[in-house]
Design a binder for this molecule. Structure first.
Ligand SMILES: Nc1nc2c(ncn2[C@@H]2O[C@H](COP(=O)(O)OP(=O)(O)OP(=O)(O)O)[C@@H](O)[C@H]2O)c(=O)[nH]1
Ligand SMILES: [Zn+2]
Length: 198
């Protein structure tokens, strides 16, 4: 299935990446013959393929694999979906949460599929804005609901570990379609994702 986690890595790609990471470690001044680094190029090769496995996933296939006819027509919200992505400028992580809502129009999808769509688009080189839009568009296209809302809050390591070095800034992005352009609906969504229901 398109959204299966990577369990086997392509040997040719892994070997090429391994050679590249050996050169990179060398260029960074490391002694690649020391014990702890012996397997590092291969580990990084696999880690990077894991972190970019979204390229092999198909959001439409994910959502359609559990699409059910259902007359429910109130807002469905899945909030606090953790996400791990890589910024396309520095290839450093940005980490946060996605909140997703949609108002069905005859069809619902499996709740986990919304979280899988987040993985599909976040496990790539990204900017937070495009990630937000892509999640929204995929849900809109697959379910044709009355509306979709996506809010993402994330911390960018490239702003924390380097560069401007700000440890506490959080970036929020949002995207809305259909009914969520109506102020009342949008406000209800924003109120519900802010509420602590635990
Ligand atoms: N809009 C947007 N910008 C991002 C995202 N992730 C990282 N960036 C920014 O991408 C920009 C790249 O700017 P450049 O000036 O080309 O890169 P840089 O010299 O490394 O910039 P500094 O990070 O300011 O040191 C930086 O301002 C980053 O903060 C993102 O998801 N969305
Ligand atoms: Zn960055």
């Amino acid at each position: 299935m398109a959204y299966k986690k990577i369990e086997q890595y392509d040997e040719d790609i892994t070997n090429s990446l391994k050679d590249s990471y050996t050169s990179i470690l060398n260029l960074l001044g490391e002694d690649i013959s020391r014990d702890g680094l012996e397997k590092t190029p291969e580990r990084v090769a696999k880690a990077m393929q894991y972190l970019t496995q979204g390229y092999q996933m198909d959001a439409a296939e994910i959502l359609n694999s559990a699409k059910f006819k259902e007359p429910y027509s109130e807002m469905v919200i899945v909030k606090d979906i953790e996400l791990y992505s890589l910024c396309e400028h520095h290839m450093l992580p940005f980490i946060g949460k996605a909140h997703i809502a949609y108002i069905p129009n005859g069809y619902i999808t499996g709740l986990s599929k919304l979280a899988r769509v987040v993985d599909c688009f976040s496990r790539r080189l990204q900017v937070q804005e495009r990630l937000t839009d892509q999640i929204l568009q995929a849900i809109q296209d697959a379910l044709e609901p009355q509306g979709v809302a996506v809010v993402i809050e994330a911390k960018h390591m490239c702003m924390m570990m380097r560069g401007v070095s700000k440890q506490n800034s959080v970036t929020t992005t949002s995207a809305f379609s259909g009914q969520f352009h109506v102020n009342e609906t949008r406000s209800e969504f924003l109120r519900l994702i802010a509420a602590d229901l635990s």
